[in-house]
Ligand binder design. Structure first.
Ligand code: SAM
Length: 267
């Protein structure tokens, strides 16, 4: 371990060092020898060293030059280990999923500065993913898992809950890391829904409408959705135009999106 360079702040390098927490995180993936696992940001291998012997195949996506070299050397002696030295946000997961005959499991103690973009990137591959275990800032996990009416409920909650079941598994204190981050962290499990309960006809319209609805939290839908849907159209779905976005369910957002999409097709 002493041969590693100092942790790089710019790459969000807070390495796990608490064996109990590390065990709990990997156990939540429920690995079997047939599984193909993708780890985002293996770092110095706190999670990786437990994953490799339990999984059928382990793919690592790492961006740090020195760490890529370290893992490539390791991969030279292990057929079941494959290293992708790339920015995860540019990485096409199809490279892995197309060669795997089962859905993949994804795990990552994610760099906090890119955690939401990583979650949105992974969403493109949700059909091919069995489950995702991710470490994030505790308040981000709370936002992801919260429901309508709560303060934390927002764009991230709606976008993710439309596609996944989200579980807030457990909290991880700063002392579990080296160096310790300034915030509490938490582990979340995201399981893609096999039957999406409230499908949308256009993912792009869904993103646009949800973003616009939450752009001014205190304003009513009548105001925030101006230009997309009129009050009459909102009411036609039995949704009150004077309600605020934070009170609407995922089902409501899907219905609003589908109405907007069908209207734009006519226009
Ligand atoms: N998994 C290790 C652990 O738990 O100790 C390291 C976690 S550390 C919080 C984040 C890891 O993600 C680092 O290894 C870092 O180099 C890597 N990383 C940062 N940005 C990345 C990116 N854009 N693509 C892939 N890996 C990245």
């Amino acid at each position: 371990m002493s041969s590693f360079a100092a942790p790089r702040k710019s790459l969000g390098q807070n390495f796990l060092q608490d064996p109990n927490i590390i065990n709990r995180i990997v156990a939540s993936l429920a690995l079997s020898e047939n599984d193909t696992v993708v780890e985002i940001g293996p770092g110095r291998g706190a999670l990786t060293e437990l994953i490799i012997p339990q999984a059928g195949q382990t793919h690592l996506i790492e961006f740090d030059r020195d760490l890529i070299e370290y893992w490539q050397n390791r991969a030279d002696t292990a057929d079941s280990l494959i290293v992708h030295g790339q920015d995860v946000l540019q990485f096409d997961m199809n490279e892995i999923t197309q060669s795997s005959n089962r859905k993949i499991k994804v795990i990552g103690n994610l760099p906090y500065n890119i955690s939401s973009p990583v979650l949105f990137h992974l969403m493109h591959y949700a059909d091919q993913i069995d489950s995702q275990i991710v470490m994030l800032q505790k308040e981000v996990v709370e936002r992801m898992a919260s429901g309508p009416g709560s303060k934390q409920y927002g764009r991230l909650s709606v976008m993710l809950q439309q596609r996944y079941t989200i579980e807030n598994l457990f909290k991880v204190p700063p002392t579990a890391f080296f160096p310790p981050p300034k915030v509490d962290s938490a582990i979340a499990r995201l399981t893609p829904l096999t039957n999406v309960a409230h499908p949308v006809d256009s993912q792009l319209d869904f993103e646009k409408l949800v973003k616009q609805a939450f752009s001014m939290r205190r304003k009513t839908l009548r105001n925030t959705l101006k230009g997309l849907l009129s009050s009459v159209q909102i009411e036609s779905l039995n949704i009150d135009p004077s309600a605020r976005a934070e009170t609407l369910s995922v089902e409501n957002f899907s219905a609003l999106t589908n109405l907007y999409t069908s209207n734009s097709a006519i226009a």
